[in-house]
Design a protein around this ligand. Structure first.
Ligand code: SIN
Length: 484
């Protein structure tokens, strides 16, 4: 295991270009989900430090927003290159605090860096408009300007990529930021700040605070200088933040919960469907907002699909994300996750579902859940209504296309959906009718920097990545010019 990660184990917050402790000197421990050993401590900050971070971001905004997009791109590309140069150390640090297998952590560092490169380039293409006039003396112009100070609250499941997905468009657009990473995985964020410092990104442009989530959130939402909040996390917290931001009418990007349906039709390529559903279900040990939550399988392919999934689930290796040879599934983030998953499994079984494999905490440790396959489930069960967020695949049998679409759409959220079919007409019909922001056809992996990620209904607001992702960090200004 590379020890180089210790260079990046920053145990202080980053405000106005200074590494600092909490005002009251309190700290929070961060534990390794694999064995609950201590990884390190971070400052337990609150409102006063957050206000100072906003002061710094507001001061830095004056000069950062005036730089040309080309100059900002140069800073971002330098940051991008440093992240990739230090990929191995950053990935090790991520596995230590988050638990995911090292290969997935390396993949996340690359994925995270790709947003920086994409938006460094995209920042140079945020041109405005000239609108044809309706009066001889008037000219109508539209320019786009950075929205101002942006607050970001980022999750523990992708501690690097969910941060860069927000920072890269914000910084490229000319905004400055105050970021609160999850207290469960703060070190990946602090390592990114250390590399931003090395890349020469000026002080105050990117600030990182952590600690008391409520105190920090209250200040971020209440301070009128913060003009936008971007959040990835649960729908419940998203709704709370939405309400809290009403007082200062901030722009919001919310990437909230999902409950992804998978529709496997009789005409699907079985081997491909199984391999891709496994990827969509078990990536990050099932802890992504786009993980396959409800697997609807048409009756003609059902038995063969279940048989192949059973073998595939049994073959998943479980263990320390840093172990050699590598494992596919790591520990879950905490014991609360295990308790929630067990309650969902138990309720499904009590209502008639059958556990084909797994269904219990794994002997490997108290934060491991044995990869699980459940059949005979029905859509009234809690396991169909809630996000499982763990390594439990649940299969439902369906007869007709219309029935599958109705079931898929019968939840209040709408982030990602998957469809497996060889029929092009069905691909169109189903994609158009699924009430989701993303439809992934014949593949279980679709996330990248160049395409729009985001949901409809209670899955949130806005899109991240792609040419659309930067618009959320820009204000439109209409200039009416009398030329006489
Ligand atoms: C998430 O779970 O929030 C992001 C997953 C992804 O980008 O694929």
């Amino acid at each position: 295991m590379t020890r180089d990660y210790q260079t990046f184990l920053k145990q202080q917050a980053y405000i106005d270009g200074q590494w600092c402790l909490a005002d009251n000197a309190q700290v929070l421990p961060v534990y390794n989900p694999f064995d609950q050993s201590l990884v390190g401590h971070v400052p337990n900050m609150g409102g006063s430090e957050t206000t100072r971070a906003i002061d710094a971001a507001a001061a830095a905004l004056v000069s950062w927003s005036k730089l040309t997009a080309l100059v900002r791109a140069d800073y971002l590309l330098k940051w991008h290159d440093l992240i990739l140069t230090n990929k191995a150390a950053l990935a090790t640090l991520m596995t230590l605090e988050q638990g995911k297998p090292l290969a997935e952590a390396v993949g996340e560092i690359e994925f995270g860096a790709s947003f920086i490169r994409w938006f460094a380039e995209e920042g140079r293409r945020t041109g405005g408009d000239i609108i044809p006039t309706e009066k001889d003396n008037l000219r109508y112009l539209v320019i786009k300007q950075p929205i101002g100070v942006v607050a970001a609250i980022t999750p523990w499941n992708f501690p690097t990529a969910m941060l860069t997905r927000k920072c890269a468009p914000a910084l490229a657009a000319g905004c400055t930021m105050v970021i609160k990473p999850s207290e469960l995985t703060p070190f990946s964020a602090l390592a990114l700040a250390a590399l931003a410092e090395q890349a020469g990104i000026p002080k105050g442009v990117l600030n990182i605070v952590m600690g008391d989530a409520k105190a920090i959130g209250d200040v971020l939402c209440g301070d009128a200088r913060v003009r936008k909040l971007t959040f990835t996390g649960s729908t419940n917290i998203g709704k709370l933040l939405y309400r809290q931001c009403a007082g200062t009418v901030k722009k919001l990007s919310l990437e909230l919960g999902g409950n992804a349906p998978v529709l496997v039709f009789d005409d699907a390529d079985l081997d491909k469907a199984v391999a891709q559903v496994m990827a969509a279900k078990f990536r990050n040990s099932g802890q992504t907002c786009v993980c396959a939550n409800r697997i609807f399988v048409q009756t003609g392919i059902y038995d063969r699909f279940v048989a192949a999934m059973t073998v595939a689930v049994q073959n998943l290796s479980l263990g320390n994300g840093l172990s050699v040879p590598p494992v596919l599934i790591g520990p879950l983030i905490n014991e609360a996750a295990i308790t929630k998953i067990q309650a969902l499994v138990d309720q499904a079984v009590s209502k008639g579902a059958t556990v084909v494999y797994g269904g219990h905490v794994d002997p490997l440790g108290r934060q491991f859940y044995t990869p699980t396959l459940i059949v005979n489930a029905d859509v009234s069960m809690d396991i169909a209504q809630d996000e499982i967020f763990g390594p439990v695949a649940v299969i439902y049998r369906f007869e007709t296309e219309a029935q599958a679409i109705t079931w898929a759409n019968s939840v209040p959220v709408g982030l990602a959906a998957y469809c497996f079919t060889a029929n092009i007409g069905r691909t169109w019909r189903v994609s158009e009718q699924l009430a989701f922001g993303i439809v992934s056809v014949n593949t279980g992996l679709f996330s990248n920097a160049t395409t729009p990620f985001g949901g409809v209904k209670e899955s949130g607001l806005g899109r991240e990545g792609s040419k659309y992702g930067i618009e959320d960090y820009l204000d439109i200004k209409y200039i009416c010019l009398d030329i006489n």
